[in-house]
Design a protein around this ligand. Structure first.
Ligand code: GLN
Length: 279
């Protein structure tokens, strides 16, 4: 069987299993197994698929048909143009979260400064920011040891020297230092949200997704604690659910932050809210 028909069959199977991007999934999985990019698959579609790789590919397609996320199956996801290793201990970086990186960069016009990324997971936000601001010292923290190891390995393989990662339950391991900018993509999905039963999120760690108080518990906690870790005039910027912007603005205002505002993601949903402490 040639590569084209192998892909066609796999895509049909994934489509039947409910994937919303069956052809892309099949191409990414086969590209991974063959060690080639998608352009190669288009160029050489009439080549015979090698037997050993074909068996590995079929196994991945079967796992994908059961719902396992592509990013976990191939152990990689691109974020902000960076190839990040992923594992089932962390959330899979999402395109929506690039909005938070864009905002963080706008809030960091100076050549030097200090950024803290809370609940860093793969290190996606911290590493994207650090790659754009080599003069900044970037700290990423996560409560999960495996996440910190993964983020550290990602920094090493991307040669990003200005980011360090620590095990810390939110602020617990941080000393008296202050940060010019604190960012977070905390858990913000309500326990009762039916979307937790669908797609990739079923396989992601609940600790990275779900929060009490209708998803607001961790956002509230960060808003209250971050004030003690921000330098004068420093900013806090957080990702949140599409229907949480107003509540998050209220929480920031009630806590005494200034210049509180929300920003939309690429799909037009309010996704990031920020505030600033006094000078
Ligand atoms: N945006 C993610 C989702 O809706 C959730 C990320 C999070 O809880 N931090 O799947």
């Amino acid at each position: 069987m040639n590569i084209d028909s192998l892909l066609g069959r796999a895509a049909a199977r994934l489509s039947e299993a409910g994937s919303t991007s069956p052809r892309l999934d099949a191409e990414v999985l086969l590209g991974h197994v063959l060690g080639v990019d998608r352009t190669w698959l288009y160029t050489w579609g009439d080549r015979a698929a090698p037997v050993y790789e074909r068996a590995r590919f079929e196994a991945l397609v079967a796992a994908r048909a059961e719902g396992h996320p592509v990013a976990y199956l191939i152990g990689e996801r691109e974020f902000w143009g960076l190839a990040l290793s992923t594992s089932s201990h962390t959330l899979i970086p999402r395109p929506d979260t690039e909005t938070l990186v864009e905002i963080a960069l706008e809030l960091a016009p100076t050549a030097e400064g200090r950024l803290l990324d809370l609940g860093t997971g793969t290190g996606a936000i911290a590493l994207a920011f650090a790659s754009e601001r080599p003069g900044w010292q970037v700290t990423g923290v996560d409560r999960v040891e495996e996440a910190v190891a993964l983020a550290t390995a990602n920094a090493e393989s991307l040669n990003i020297a200005n980011a360090r990662f620590l095990v810390s339950d939110w602020f617990s391991s941080l000393t008296a230092e202050c940060f010019d900018l604190i960012v977070a993509n905390p858990p913000y999905i309500a326990e009762s949200d039916p979307h937790l039963m669908l797609g990739d999120v079923r396989f992601e760690p609940a600790s990275a997704l779900v929060a009490g108080e209708d998803g607001l518990a961790d956002l509230r906690r960060l808003i209250d604690s971050a004030m003690r870790y921000l330098c004068p005039g420093g900013w806090l910027a957080m990702e949140h659910g599409h229907d949480q912007a107003e509540r998050v603005r209220q929480l920031l205002q009630a806590a005494g932050y200034h210049e509180v505002a929300s920003h939309h993601d690429l799909s037009g949903q309010p996704r990031v809210t920020l505030g600033r402490v006094g000078e």
